[in-house]
Design a protein around this ligand. Structure first.
Ligand SMILES: *[C@@H]1O[C@H](CO)[C@@H](O)[C@H](O)[C@H]1NC(C)=O
Ligand SMILES: *[C@@H]1O[C@H](CO)[C@@H](O)[C@H](O)[C@H]1NC(C)=O
Ligand SMILES: *[C@@H]1O[C@H](CO)[C@@H](O)[C@H](O)[C@H]1NC(C)=O
Ligand SMILES: *[C@@H]1O[C@H](CO)[C@@H](O)[C@H](O)[C@H]1NC(C)=O
Ligand SMILES: *[C@@H]1O[C@H](CO)[C@@H](O)[C@H](O)[C@H]1NC(C)=O
Ligand SMILES: *[C@@H]1O[C@H](CO)[C@@H](O)[C@H](O)[C@H]1NC(C)=O
Ligand SMILES: *[C@@H]1O[C@H](CO)[C@@H](O)[C@H](O)[C@H]1NC(C)=O
Ligand SMILES: *[C@@H]1O[C@H](CO)[C@@H](O)[C@H](O)[C@H]1NC(C)=O
Ligand SMILES: *[C@@H]1O[C@H](CO)[C@@H](O)[C@H](O)[C@H]1NC(C)=O
Ligand SMILES: *[C@@H]1O[C@H](CO)[C@@H](O)[C@H](O)[C@H]1NC(C)=O
Ligand SMILES: [Cu+2]
Length: 692
């Protein structure tokens, strides 16, 4: 892969002292950051931070440059792709699935550049917004930002959006080892290509799984996304404001997809290239899977003639489990080991889209190729047999199955049954300090964004495709604040947040309630969140992602098609909910069975304002999200003094000009006025302005 991009070379230049923002702020105690005040070596991240991690070696500072651009797949950079397959691998060529469409890229790569560092390295990413009219932010999915909560990249929660032409320097420590990813956290940019791997490695001695694999190669990272044939904003708008659907037709694996065929000379059919994963017979390989998906399309993956041994999820190690297939949901990551112990051959890797991608809708699937060494094959050689949607599945034990819970049987295993290698901690205490139900579904509401009664209210339509159901947490749609909560926390007013305790549920079941949905959790409380997917409307699936933490997944069950919080509560009181409080897996993104619940636990030890949301972009963007405030404002780290600010500008229109503060440049205004007047008179003289 071409990973050069635009990179600033600070190769081996020693830098000393305070590369980090000094933590001085309005009366908030200075926190000791002595542990990160080391003399880092500033490296060009793309080439030199990608290294073997050695125990005892000091961390380094890795610098990357991200140019966020609106771009195009199968652009002129692709010349004769796919008729000449070599052209598809040219620099700046994004072959995609063969659709020519607008995309959003980082350094004209899709997926974007890989950030690969060792644990505790400092990562510095200059994100330059080269889009003319859209703002952006970047989120480092899986990193907890404990030292730098204001680097979490959530617009209006931790920072202001980065304006067009501006550059924002993210600086954070890669504390969470494992397979993660970075992605834009604004609008539909991730859906259109603004995502890439973030791999944090550890020394071999610190990896409990190192004895069971031989290689952990950059080439074996598998980034999956569901993919559309047009800009996803187009799909979003036509689905939300008209009768079009929101189902992704295909998938991309590392930016490649065989979706269309192309007719070449002599009636020869050619395809876009597929992702290829090369292995040498006799060795065991660690693969890292990232689901960057944006729509309701869980993806089942399997490799023909091989089993996979799943060893970690969302960066946290689990006891290895051998399986045939793995289901991933948007935002999740899994690492597995595969043993190249079969005949030297080409094998299909099958990716099957579920839910909105299944046989009822688009039958979206994709393939990649597992290629053994010594075959003398080209990009045009494929494994035997054709893959279509109906045979995109391999039978056998499945990990993380769709809409299944701990009622697991021999054919599938659900998340709480995986065993964390981190053992027990006090988040798994018998009773939590703070328990909170978050129930959701799609509701038939006159959501003012999409249905305006009496003009075009929800019930004005009989055609269900014209009825937009609103996904909400606890009957509330999140309205994002006008300024970032964490970095401008002094502007937060009392009573600014709403939640099910402050709202009248009866009202919110009939009317569309939209406000700054937030809950407040005491610092260091042991928290239990119970997600209830009521399941009345549709068969849906919402992956839940919490920023700033990973949580234990202690229970999961599918109860039926229609479920209420009261029923789950009753079940719990009767002792019918089985919680795994021994060593359940640690995750930051988890599925909830439709018509069921998922229960997670964490210790609220990371103060801040953290976003909790459905990881499907269309849902999060229309309010299936909330704020989790952990601790008091004083508990949170202060932001750097010169951190960018934003917000409304609403001066009093009745205030006399004299009341406007003179200090801030009235002189300059006068000069400008004189300049404008003389410019206008000059233009009049030159007849550049016409009067009508
Ligand atoms: C920071 O650490 C130094 C040395 O360990 C200690 O003397 C000092 O009191 C600490 N300051 C704060 C604010 O904790
Ligand atoms: C890391 O370096 C290896 C060897 O130089 C290269 O093959 C690989 O692509 C690099 N990986 C990344 C993530 O840059
Ligand atoms: C291509 O296909 C067309 C229609 O099926 C057929 O008439 C023609 O002979 C084919 N050409 C070649 C070169 O095979
Ligand atoms: C894969 O397994 C199938 C079924 O067991 C077998 O028929 C086939 O020959 C195997 N493929 C290869 C390339 O070994
Ligand atoms: C590899 O394949 C090419 C074309 O198919 C052929 O010309 C060449 O001789 C082959 N090389 C070996 C070592 O088999
Ligand atoms: C496990 O449960 C599923 C769904 O209820 C069922 O289809 C399957 O046959 C069961 N498998 C076994 C081995 O019991
Ligand atoms: C929509 O429904 C409302 C009643 O809820 C009705 O008053 C209104 O006339 C309807 N509008 C149209 C355009 O049918
Ligand atoms: C909630 O609203 C309903 C209908 O508007 C009203 O009857 C009820 O008293 C309200 N409940 C509370 C607790 O305010
Ligand atoms: C679930 O609720 C839906 C919508 O209210 C209703 O149409 C359906 O009959 C219910 N299903 C069951 C099994 O109760
Ligand atoms: C004007 O200045 C005064 C005193 O410096 C300050 O208190 C006030 O908030 C300022 N007003 C505006 C609109 O900036
Ligand atoms: Cu959702």
């Amino acid at each position: 892969m071409l990973l050069s991009g635009i990179v600033l070379f600070y190769y081996f230049s020693q830098i000393r002292g305070n590369v980090f923002y000094s933590h001085e702020s309005n009366g908030v105690a200075d926190k000791n950051n002595t542990d990160i005040q080391i003399n880092y070596v500033l490296l060009d991240g793309t080439n030199t931070c990608n290294r073997t991690c050695i125990k005892g070696e000091p961390p380094v500072l890795c610098k990357y440059h991200f140019d966020v651009e609106q771009y195009h797949s199968l652009s002129k950079a692709c010349y004769d792709c796919p008729y000449n397959l070599n052209d598809c691998f040219r620099k700046d060529c994004i072959p995609g699935d063969g659709s020519k469409r607008g995309i959003v890229t980082i350094n004209r790569q899709l997926p974007g550049p890989t950030i690969q560092v060792c644990q505790n390295d400092m990562v510095v990413v200059d994100v330059r917004n080269k889009m003319g009219s859209e703002s952006t932010t970047m989120h480092w999915h899986g990193q907890h930002q404990k030292d730098t909560p204001y680097m979490d990249g959530v617009p209006f929660v931790t920072q202001c959006p980065i304006l067009p032409h501006d550059t924002f320097r993210y600086t954070f420590r890669a504390t969470q080892a494992g397979t993660h990813f970075w992605h834009s956290h604004i609008g539909m940019q991730r859906a259109d290509g603004a995502y890439g791997p973030l791999i944090v490695k550890v020394p071999e001695e610190e990896d409990p799984h190192s004895p069971i694999y031989d290689y952990d190669l950059a080439d074996h990272v598998m980034v999956i996304i569901d993919w559309d044939t047009k800009m996803s904003m187009e799909t979003f708008l036509s689905h939300h404001h008209n009768d079009a659907d929101n189902k992704p037709p295909t998938l991309l694996i590392n930016g490649f997809g065989r979706f269309r065929d192309f007719q070449a000379e002599e009636n020869r059919t050619v395809y876009m290239p597929t992702a290829r994963f090369r292995v040498e017979k006799g060795y065991r390989y660690r693969f890292r899977v990232i689901n960057a998906g944006f729509l309701n399309c869980p993806i089942e993956m399997s490799i023909d003639n091989h089993t996979i041994t799943v060893i970690s999820t969302d960066g946290a190690n689990i006891k290895p489990i051998e399986a045939t297939s793995l289901v991933t949901y948007a935002g999740e990551r899994f690492d597995f080991v595969m043993n190249a112990d079969q005949d030297r051959a080409l094998y299909w890797i099958r990716f099957k889209g579920l839910m909105d991608c299944d046989e009822r809708f688009t039958k979206a699937f994709q393939t990649a190729v597992l290629e053994y060494d010594g075959l003398n094959t080209t990009e045009e050689d494929y494994p035997e047999g054709n893959v279509d949607y109906d045979n995109a599945h391999n039978d056998g034990l499945q990990v993380n199955s769709l809409n299944r819970g701990m009622e697991s049987n021999k054919s599938f295993i659900s998340m709480p049954h995986l065993e964390s290698l981190q053992g027990w901690d006090d988040s798994l205490a018998e009773k939590p300090d703070f328990q909170y139900y978050i129930a959701y579904d799609f509701y038939k509401l006159d959501n003012d964004e999409f249905h305006r009664r009496p003009l075009y209210g929800f019930f004005n339509f009989t055609n269900v495709n014209m009825q937009l159901l609103t996904p909400q947490f606890n009957h509330i749609s999140m309205e994002m604040p006008s300024f970032p909560l964490l970095s401008q926390r002094n502007e937060i007013s009392d009573g600014m947040f709403c939640n099910k305790e402050t709202m009248n549920k009866t009202d919110c079941m009939d009317l569309h309630c939209q406000c700054h949905h937030g809950i407040h959790i005491p610092l260091n409380a042991i928290v239990e969140l119970i997600f209830v997917d009521e399941g009345f409307a549709y068969d849906a699936n919402h992956p839940m992602h919490l920023h700033g933490y990973n949580f234990r997944v202690v229970a999961m069950e599918r109860m039926g098609t229609n479920v209420t919080v009261e029923e789950v509560q009753k079940r719990d009181e009767m002792g019918l909910i089985e919680r795994n409080l021994l060593a359940p897996p640690l995750k930051d993104t988890v599925t909830v069975p439709d018509g069921g619940y998922t229960i997670v636990r964490f210790k609220a030890s990371n103060p801040g304002y953290w976003f909790l949301h459905c990881h499907l972009e269309f849902h999060a963007e229309i309010g299936m999200a909330m704020i989790v405030q952990v601790g008091e404002k004083e508990d949170m780290l202060p932001v750097p003094q010169d951190f960018p600010k934003c917000g409304n500008y609403l001066p009093d229109p009745l205030a006399a000009p004299s009341e406007v503060n003179r200090s801030s440049g009235s002189g300059r205004i006068k000069t400008k006025l004189v300049f404008v007047i003389s410019l206008v008179s000059l233009m009049c003289q030159l007849n550049l302005i016409q009067y009508y």
